[in-house]
Design a protein around this ligand. Sequence first.
Ligand SMILES: [Zn+2]
Length: 384
Amino acid sequence: MGQTVRLTASFKVSGPVPEGLFSTYQEILTGLLEYAVGKGITSFKRLKAGKYQELREKYLDLPSHYLYTACQMACSVYKSFRKLKRRGLVKTEKPTFKRQVVMLDDHLFSLDPESWEASIATEKGRVGLKLLHGTYHEKFRGMKVGQAWLVKTGDGYYLKVVFSKTVETAEQNGKAIAVDVNENNVAFGSTDSIRNVETRERAIRTAYFLKRRRLQSKLRLNEKPLLAKYRGRERRRLEDIYHKVANEIVAEAIEAGASVVVLESIKNIRKRIRYSKALNGRLNRWGFRRFQSILEYKAKVVGLRVVYVDPRGTSSLCPICGEKLSPNGYRRVRCSKCGLEEDRDTVAVRNLLRRYQMYVGASSVHPESLPMKMREEDLAGYGS
Ligand SMILES: [Zn+2]
């Protein structure tokens, strides 16, 4: 059996970037959003049916697929706005889209994996752009190219591309590795052995947070690029850590002969954000999900399945008898019923494993991993 793995890569590009495309596209997007909001439309089909003809006549030279992708983007922007609005997370009445982003489908762009050149359709025919970044490309060879986004940022133009490929899946053998992600460490393992790797993410985030705050308090006008630079550094440093830890986990899974990696479902993850109010909650969320998606990709590429289970109570209930655990010293817990004394992270891993086993036992259907979709926050770092 095979499964599809997806990877979104961001390449800096050089060449004759169709500069005017950004403002045209934004104009179209703004009009579409207004129309969608006015009529309460969130369906691509209805939006296209309502606006395509008018836009076609107005933008005669623009390849028609730009109108399709703009309809798609307008729908997803409006949908996520409505979701946030319902949760009371946005103050504005209407959604706006200020980022310099143009969405491309397979009619609007193609990629030559040999020369690493992208060809993009414009109002005046196709232009060729060179993708920079050296050897970074190698792992994308042989992968299928999906949709892409052309992004304009403070330091140049980027092409974000979704790659995918189908990989063989290992035979299900009931052996699993569970992963418990915390702010400063990641615990993982099977029932036989559980390891704990320090990531020190909190210390890194705090250091960068303070650095940025010091800069901001000086209130100088030209400080913005410097802030962005620090943010980039922080992100790269954390990414490095995520990759290293994910590699260790995958190696451990292979060594243990596991066929499944068990992760915590993100549905209840917002409760975890309590820990550092001083830091930006969104960044924390980004880190957690980012780590999971790196791990998910690395695991799937080598044929492991990835399963998400509900993490509620995994660090507060006894993995043996199910009783509520009490604190027992620094990061340790104790069960008053069966006497278990254990490290909190070990308990979490054991509970995740247990939950997975119950899940498999309870259903005759193979557990499917969550499909990985392009998420709004994947575009987040590319604001103006
Ligand atoms: Zn117990």
